[in-house]
Design a protein around this ligand. Sequence first.
Ligand SMILES: [Zn+2]
Length: 110
Amino acid sequence: MSLAEGIVQLLEDQAKTQDFQRVKQVWLSIGELAGVEAEALEFCLDVVSRDTLADGARFHFVRQPGTGWCLACSQSVAIHARFDACPLCGKHQVQVTGGDEMRVSELEVE
Ligand SMILES: [Zn+2]
């Protein structure tokens, strides 16, 4: 729930600085490694956005793949969990390089 509250707070902050009154659509970029359940988040957003500038807004979720850098192979690999082993060599020497965050990527406002 706090994640959804954070997003609505972010929208309200942006409304002040960019001078808009309503949010119609929001695109959220969610990394595969961010540990965010889109369905649960959607439900929470529905609840916390009520009576805010985002009341009735449509939320779209854009999945970003997880990527890491394997120190053993010295190359970029696709991973699906934070502590995944390298799919090439099977070693646990993979540093997460992408897909571990969630952010608002696009807004439609009025
Ligand atoms: Zn490797």
